[in-house]
Write a protein that binds this ligand. Structure first.
Ligand code: XLS
Ligand code: NI
Ligand code: NI
Length: 444
């Protein structure tokens, strides 16, 4: 039975450490496919997958939606906000330990009460961070990244770093500075900027050029401060096209990367890619991951999935093994996640109200990525798809094709070649490849 608790009480009573029981297990509280120590493609599953738990969904979001009140009632609530914050931290670290996640991620005000004044905000945050440090040391769980919530407070309704009113930009800076201080004190591996309100609703009131330049200036200041105080991790921009703003400046991976380069941030910033944000932008998870890898810009991943029928960010736990396979193939070919991780920016449904549902949902997500990892490793091992893909470009491997690829021929010369050419219809063989993927998935 359970004997893991971090503070003075056990919050998830009756649930012990989740273990691997294999695909035949009928225990909803066991891994069927995620076997942390199992070696796949030269590394243990846990080292490949680097799972992280999102504080906000798992320990803060109480099921409130625009149509109804809280449905989740957490045993770590308390009328004193600082007591509640510490109890919540104990519950969180009990959960990380029981589920076996090596990392976690939080927004400043998920972990620490916002307070009434800026001074209270800072004091609360520093105090809670010291407690988090103690729990990190006690459990060995590490901070994947933290971030500042620059979207919930009414002051940010017109944006944070891109707000047209300078004092608001200053207030945002206070949060980012404090979060970076806390990050360094906790040995964080990354720091994330997600700009939910960094965007606009109408061009009738917005100077987009000026706002984006302000955003760039703000990011450079954060980078310089972070480096000054000893933050050696990676800054992440998390693209999302819309919601809550109508047009967000970090629309998708390609837009965020162009912005990073335009603002001279490419040595310090990478992307944090979230599946449901990619799909909201009209792409696929795989597409945005690939765009990042193509530019050396894949930092970390917010692991979730959307709903094919809904046009918004439903942040569901990932269970779609086809998507996790595509993702893990790209990640493996990137040489892994490096200092990033798979952070479950996912929430159980509003009516999944049992405390054990928190475990069951994460188990499903971890199993789905373990399956994706194993399938991706098989695809690479077997080599058929990779060979097919490489072969499609073989006309660029030598002769004029190679000279073109190396930028060594002119348009006139290329046109000459074209005059004599007799191009054939070459099948892309998509269906053959789709069928192969199903063999890798199910012929285990
Ligand atoms: C919201 C974002 C958010 C970021 C962190 O859509 O995914 O949760 O990950 O601010
Ligand atoms: Ni996210
Ligand atoms: Ni999201």
């Amino acid at each position: 039975m359970s004997d893991i608790f971090i503070g003075n009480q056990e919050f998830f009573k009756g649930i012990g450490k989740i273990s691997y029981e294999g695909p035949a297990s009928d225990n909803p509280l066991a891994f069927k496919f995620y076997d942390p120590k199992k070696i796949v493609a030269g590394k243990s599953m846990e080292d490949h997958l680097r799972f992280s738990i999102a504080y906000w969904h798992s320990f803060c979001a109480d099921g409130t939606d625009p149509f109804g009140k809280a449905t989740m009632h957490f045993p770590w609530n308390d009328s004193d906000p600082m007591v509640a914050a510490k109890k919540k931290a104990e519950a969180a670290f009990e959960f990380f330990t029981k589920i076996g996640a090596p990392f976690y991620a939080f927004h400043d005000i998920d972990a620490s009460p916002e307070g009434e004044t800026a001074a209270e905000y800072e004091a609360n945050y520093i105090e809670v961070a010291a407690y988090l440090k103690k729990l990190q040391d006690q459990t060995g769980v590490k901070l994947l990244w933290n971030t500042s919530n620059l979207f919930s407070h009414p002051r940010y309704m017109n944006g944070a770093a891109s707000n047209p009113d300078f004092p608001v930009v200053g207030r945002a800076a206070l949060q980012v500075k404090t979060s970076l201080d806390v990050n360094v004190s906790l040995g964080g591996l990354g720091y994330t900027f997600w700009g939910g309100r960094e965007g606009y609703m109408t061009l009738w009131n917005t100077d987009t050029k000026r706002e984006q330049d302000h955003l760039g200036t703000f990011f450079r200041m954060a980078r310089d401060y972070g480096r000054k105080i000893g933050f050696t991790g990676t800054f992440y921009i998390e693209p999302k096209p819309m919601e809550p703003s109508k047009h967000q400046y970090d629309y998708d991976a390609a837009t965020a990367i162009a912005f990073i380069k335009d603002q001279g941030l490419e040595n310090d910033f990478k992307c944090n890619i979230e599946n449901n944000h990619a799909t909201l932008a009209g792409h696929s998870f795989a597409h945005d991951l690939q765009v990042c890898v193509d530019h050396g810009m894949l930092g970390s991943v917010d692991a979730n999935q959307g709903d094919a029928q809904n046009g918004w960010d439903t942040d569901e736990f990932p269970t779609n093994v086809y998507e996790t396979t595509e993702a893990m193939l790209i990640i493996l070919k990137n040489g892994g996640l490096h200092s990033g991780g798979l952070n479950f920016d996912a929430k159980r449904r509003r009516n999944s109200t049992d405390l054990e549902d928190l475990f069951i949902s994460h188990i499903g997500g971890m199993d789905a990525f373990a399956l994706g990892l194993e399938t991706a490793a098989r695809i690479i091992d077997d080599g058929k798809i990779e060979t097919f893909k490489a072969d499609r470009y073989k006309s660029f491997n030598s002769g004029d094709g190679k000279a073109f690829e190396d930028g060594k021929i002119s348009l006139e010369k290329l046109a000459e070649i074209g005059k004599k050419a007799d191009p054939k219809d070459i099948s892309g063989k998509q269906e053959m490849l789709n069928n192969l993927v199903n063999q890798y998935l199910f012929n285990r």
